[in-house]
Write a protein that binds this ligand. Structure first.
Ligand SMILES: *[C@@H]1O[C@H](CO)[C@@H](O)[C@H](O)[C@H]1NC(C)=O
Ligand SMILES: *[C@@H]1O[C@H](CO)[C@@H](O)[C@H](O)[C@H]1NC(C)=O
Ligand SMILES: *[C@@H]1O[C@H](CO)[C@@H](O)[C@H](O)[C@H]1NC(C)=O
Ligand SMILES: *[C@@H]1O[C@H](CO)[C@@H](O)[C@H](O)[C@H]1NC(C)=O
Ligand SMILES: *[C@@H]1O[C@H](CO)[C@@H](O)[C@H](O)[C@H]1NC(C)=O
Ligand SMILES: *[C@@H]1O[C@H](CO)[C@@H](O)[C@H](O)[C@H]1NC(C)=O
Ligand SMILES: *[C@@H]1O[C@H](CO)[C@@H](O)[C@H](O)[C@H]1NC(C)=O
Length: 356
């Protein structure tokens, strides 16, 4: 009897194993495991670490209400940031994540931020994450690579198989099985064989115009790299499409800040200039959905709904929910004004420095 039970158990074990692995989700859904990295749509946060919350006195320069780890928990799989040169208190060079200028909004060192992403990846072994860095002060591969090494995230880094855009990227499952779950793009840098995982963004990716102030201005046409002048050229180049989808507001002195008053439509499924209507427009231009969509205030909308639709994903698993509302801001507006005042001061300094 015991032996028979054991045999029965043993005979169903392979079935259990198969069914368990078939149910394993990659980037929150089993249906994505066998799709190529470039055949799915990844939700990206524009200026991921630049917060408009109480930690920045609700700075009007902030692009997100919730931090990068909360973004990952909620299903975001591409995080973008600007890297700037900054002086340490001892006068040493440091690489910080700053919005336009480190005097305006300084979100700390690149290595500290990468360390938080690495910690999240340790705890989420079936997820492929993309980091997109804007190399504002031309950090060298060695300087950026040192930050990846000190945060230990380099152990997850994927190295491309080709120095030009491949037509086919690995599936999520093969990236996961190989332990190379971190994709890193930098705009821009000269590739180095010492840090081969630091990919020059515009070698592999093209973007539409990101300078939009009205919900009628979005275009699907390639804008960068400037060598691409038509959608067909972009497709033939093999590059992946990153669809910028956010609005700026122009403040006094021409300072741009993210438009938060319209973002509930910008990131919604329907409405003028909504993500849910813009993705299908670009999908019909390129005969496939964008590989990445980049948004401000990702929790509004919420943007993930339109990305799930693009991926044909229903019943995503393993996400932590986050409020779709804007967080409460001080009603007096005192804290928020500090951010605007700082922006004005920086604008004045810039104007004096450049004589404009
Ligand atoms: C990726 O998509 C192309 C068509 O767009 C298809 O031919 C190919 O089989 C897909 N590959 C994977 C692994 O998803
Ligand atoms: C920000 O809000 C959190 C949660 O409400 C609170 O714990 C924290 O003390 C606040 N921090 C600041 C700097 O106000
Ligand atoms: C604001 O962001 C900081 C930094 O990520 C975080 O520690 C804090 O909890 C956030 N505040 C709220 C109210 O979420
Ligand atoms: C860093 O310090 C050097 C030397 O004091 C100075 O010339 C430079 O402007 C400083 N850079 C920044 C970004 O503060
Ligand atoms: C997985 O790693 C092996 C050994 O490094 C390599 O040959 C293979 O190309 C990798 N596969 C993918 C999909 O990256
Ligand atoms: C945001 O965009 C909407 C739509 O164009 C506009 O009505 C609104 O004034 C903008 N908000 C700000 C703060 O500029
Ligand atoms: C967006 O917010 C405005 C102002 O609160 C509101 O009037 C409008 O109905 C909201 N739209 C959507 C799609 O939620």
């Amino acid at each position: 009897m015991f032996l028979r039970t054991l045999l029965q158990t043993a005979s169903i074990l392979p079935f259990l194993y198969t069914s368990a692995s078939a149910q394993t989700a990659c980037n929150n859904s089993p249906s994505l495991c066998n799709k190529a990295y470039n055949n799915i749509t990844h939700l990206g946060t524009h200026d991921s670490p630049f917060l408009r919350n109480n930690s920045t006195s609700f700075s009007t320069s902030g692009n997100q209400y919730y931090d990068s780890v909360t973004q990952l928990d909620a299903g975001v799989r591409l995080l973008s940031a600007q890297v700037h040169k900054s002086n340490g208190t001892d006068g040493s060079t440091q690489w910080h994540l700053c919005h336009t200028s480190c005097d305006l909004l300084d979100a700390g060192t690149l290595s500290s931020w990468l360390g938080k992403i690495k910690g999240w990846m340790d705890n989420n072994p079936n997820d492929v994450v993309t980091v997109l860095l804007v190399n504002s002060d031309n950090a060298s591969p060695a300087e950026l690579g040192a930050e990846f090494q000190s945060s230990d995230i380099d152990q997850y880094a994927y190295t491309p198989s080709s120095s030009s855009a491949p037509q086919t990227w690995p599936t999520l499952q093969s990236l996961i099985s190989n332990g190379t779950r971190l994709m890193t793009f930098v705009a821009s840098l000269t590739p180095s064989s010492d840090f081969p995982y630091l990919m020059d963004e515009f070698t592999y990716v093209f973007e539409n115009d990101f300078e939009n102030e009205e919900p009628t201005e979005y275009s699907c046409n390639p804008d960068r790299p400037t060598s691409l002048t038509s959608p067909s050229q972009a497709t033939e180049s093999g590059r992946m499409f990153l669809m910028n989808h956010f609005l700026y507001s122009t403040q006094i002195f021409g300072i741009q800040s993210p438009n938060d008053t319209y973002v509930n439509v910008t990131n919604a499924q329907t409405g003028l200039g909504s993500l849910g209507e813009q993705i299908p427009k670009c999908t019909s231009v390129y005969s496939k959905p964008p590989t990445f969509v980049l948004v401000d205030f990702f929790n509004r909308g919420p943007a993930i709904v339109s990305v799930d639709t693009a991926n044909g994903v229903t019943g995503a698993v393993g996400r932590k929910s986050v409020s779709t509302a804007a967080p409460d801001e001080p009603t007096s507006g005192v804290s928020r004004r500090q951010g605007s005042l700082l922006a004005v001061i920086v604008a004045v300094v810039v104007a004096v420095t450049f004589g404009v």
